[in-house]
Design a protein around this ligand. Structure first.
Ligand code: CA
Ligand code: CA
Ligand code: CA
Length: 422
């Protein structure tokens, strides 16, 4: 049984390019996930690309930021950055200000990450106004924020207990090539910012890639970096990549052996282990540069994952853990954003991809279905502090105390989706 196979392709016309990654969330609380697509406006679709009603404010310019959706009772809270320099939301607090939660003045390409800390919902993101923000639900900044770093912040922050002291840090790179690790008082961890050396567009994945109990910040530019909380590259890193890299690395248990696999899309699709050594069969040449971050999907009846990658040539590929590729979609324009996998109403799952040809594409992933809501989907740009949620190789060495409990509420740009056989 193949996970992918043939299937009819459904297309929705959007009349705008899709630059933000596709997000999946139950935005209307009916128990079925919707596909959220940001562009000239924020739109919602079913898995079969039927348009669904979504009340969301319009920005003055396009939304290039990937939306963050926090499911709740009834409709989800949705946050998204806009090229007009504002963070928009459909929350009560934002509604009082025309849907604007925060005004930064310059583009917000960075995707907001929503997390809970000590029972309070917090939202962190970066802006081209050269600052890193961390705000409350009402849009007010935490003391010490926003933090000025003197360069664009286009990446999505990762939130996790980087140094293992029980309290979360916000870890994000900037266009000056510095990696920041900010405590929630806005102060950097000792020895940070860490000099990566090149403009950083890629978002950080926080994970313990080498099994030493401490998290690494895995991030790409011309190199694939893995930086410890002591501000040192770990053994085997940095690794030179074939081109400058825009997409974000993902860290997964790629072969079901409990060991980290780092996957990053660049001139080729690279997969390396926690020591930086290539996984057999990688890198995989997909014939085009990739700016979209890869997506990991669990294969049916197997502990192995497959990866989904999309390129400048408009094609979407499935790549097995052994590096075999299969074309899933050919769209009419370049793809710069990560596709998503969403459950259909028939219990199967579909791949949804947005393209710069102004269209949204959906096709079934045959022989698989999403297992209700119990399948794990976690942010690969942030690691939850809740030990039960954290992947084994990303589990912090010290569990947070209840008073310091932090929970990643939304995913960043990419996710991990488990599929089970039909
Ligand atoms: Ca729904
Ligand atoms: Ca910490
Ligand atoms: Ca480690």
């Amino acid at each position: 049984m193949t996970l992918t196979g043939e299937g009819p392709v459904t297309i929705a016309k959007l009349r705008h390019r899709v630059s933000a990654s596709i997000q999946v969330a139950d935005i209307d609380g009916d128990g079925a996930d919707e596909v959220l697509v940001a562009g000239r406006s924020l739109q919602a679709f079913s898995a079969g690309l039927k348009r669904k009603r979504l009340r969301f404010p319009r920005g003055r310019r396009p939304f290039a930021s990937t939306p963050a959706a926090v499911p709740g009772f009834g409709s989800a809270a949705v946050f998204v950055g806009c090229d007009d320099g504002r963070l928009y939301a459909n929350t009560v607090e934002a509604a009082a200000r025309g849907g604007v939660l925060v005004e930064t003045g310059l583009d917000i390409y960075s995707s907001p990450v929503v997390f809970e800390h000590n029972g309070e919902r917090l939202i962190t993101f970066g802006s081209d106004d050269e600052r890193i923000y961390c705000v409350r639900q009402d849009g007010t900044s935490l003391e010490g924020f926003p933090v000025s770093c003197g360069a664009f912040v286009s990446a999505t922050p990762a939130v996790g207990d980087f140094d293992g002291d029980g309290a979360p840090e916000i870890v994000v790179g900037d266009w000056y090539g510095e990696l920041h690790a900010l405590r929630l008082d806005g102060k950097e961890l000792p020895k940070f910012p860490f000099r990566l050396g090149q403009p950083t567009w890629s978002s950080v994945a926080l994970a313990d890639i080498n099994g030493d109990g401490g998290l690494e910040a895995v991030v790409a530019d011309r190199y694939l970096h893995a930086v410890s909380s002591n501000a040192e590259e770990v053994a085997g890193f940095p690794q030179l990549l074939g081109s400058y890299t825009v997409g974000s690395p993902i860290v997964v248990d790629g072969r079901g052996d409990g060991k980290a696999t780092i996957v990053v899309a660049s001139d080729k699709l690279y997969a390396v282990n926690g020591n930086g050594r290539p996984i057999a069969g990688f890198p995989v040449d997909l014939g085009a540069y990739q700016w979209a971050s890869p997506l990991a999907v669990s294969k049916a009846l197997s502990s192995e994952l497959m990866f989904v990658a999309a390129g400048w040539d408009g094609k979407v590929w499935a790549i097995s853990a052994g590096g075999k590729r299969e074309e899933l979609l050919a769209t009419g324009g370049p793809i710069f954003s990560t596709p998503a996998v969403v459950a259909t109403d028939k219990g199967a799952c579909s791949l949804v991809a947005g393209s710069w040809d102004g269209r949204l594409y959906s096709r079934p992933l045959d022989g698989a279905k999403i297992d209700g809501r119990s399948w794990p989907r976690f942010s690969l740009t942030s690691v939850s502090l809740a030990p039960s949620d954290a992947p084994a190789w990303g589990r912090p060495s010290r569990a947070p105390t209840s008073s310091e409990s932090t929970r990643a509420v939304t995913t960043g740009c990419v996710g991990l989706v488990t599929c089970t056989p039909r």
